[in-house]
Design a binder for this molecule. Structure first.
Ligand SMILES: Nc1ncnc2c1ncn2[C@@H]1O[C@H](COP(=O)(O)OP(=O)(O)OP(=O)(O)O)[C@@H](O)[C@H]1O
Ligand SMILES: [Mg+2]
Length: 217
């Protein structure tokens, strides 16, 4: 007789943790119920992301970076993970629910040169020294993808990154954190950014953040 494998339902986590910024933060009963973070996917310096027990294919990201939240709200883009919800969960803490992305393979990282990138300064350059694809922005600025690409995939990525950078700049969002951990792939295999952590200058983001649903208790 075939054994039935009962899939054990994961329960929601009762605490979240932030990368380098502190220890576990307990969630309230209401926050656990509403957000239901389950499996830890990863942490950076400001945020930790969990699979969502409320919505399949989504993640709940807890972050202390208001600029990441504000940029997600202000900037919908085909190269950015879809935003499905944004909440204030504490004095300086936010939760956003976004589309879950797959980690890039090592091969992807290498092809797209993401394995070498630490931030935008390693990636896009405004000096005239020409290397990879270059783009003149509508404000007259010229930017170059600093890698001399050998493959079409790399050239295509360079051009797409320049386009994304300009679209964000038009929304006054300065994307400056291009590194492998901030990119992933969606179900269709398209690369997208999962972290828009930007300038850290909070005041200009306040109006957008004031409209958030409050889940502080
Ligand atoms: N949409 C997502 N899909 C899958 N994993 C995600 C998603 N969002 C975040 N993660 C995981 O959580 C980690 C931390 O998220 P994020 O990069 O936003 O945090 P951060 O603290 O702002 O990072 P950084 O150190 O780059 O500033 C990511 O590196 C990734 O592993
Ligand atoms: Mg990150």
């Amino acid at each position: 007789m075939r054994k039935k494998h009962k899939q054990r339902k994961r329960s929601c986590s009762t605490y979240v943790q932030y990368g380098d910024c502190g220890g576990p933060e307990p969630l309230t009963v209401n926050q656990v119920k509403k957000l239901c973070p389950q499996r830890l996917l990863g942490c950076g310096s400001f945020a930790c992301a969990y699979t969502s027990g409320r919505r399949k294919g989504s993640v709940v990201k807890f972050t202390m970076d208001p600029s990441d939240v504000a940029a997600f709200i202000a900037f919908k883009d085909k190269r950015v993970a879809k935003l499905r919800g944004a909440y204030k969960v504490g004095e300086n803490d936010y939760a956003i629910v976004t589309e879950k992305l797959r980690q890039l393979s090592n091969r992807d990282k290498e092809t797209l040169w993401l394995d070498k990138m630490r931030d935008t300064r390693d990636t896009l350059d405004t000096r005239s020294r020409r290397r990879g694809p270059t783009k003149k922005f509508s404000n007259g600025e010229r930017m170059t993808f600093v890698r001399q690409c050998k493959s079409n995939a790399c050239r295509k990525f360079g051009n797409e990154l320049l386009d994304l950078h300009e679209r964000a700049a038009k929304k006054k969002i300065n994307l400056f954190d291009f590194h492998a951990g901030n990119f992933g792939k969606d179900k269709r295999g398209n690369w997208k950014m999962l972290d828009l952590g930007v300038s850290g200058k909070e005041p200009k983001h306040v109006p957008v953040l004031n409209g958030l649903k409050k889940l502080t208790s």
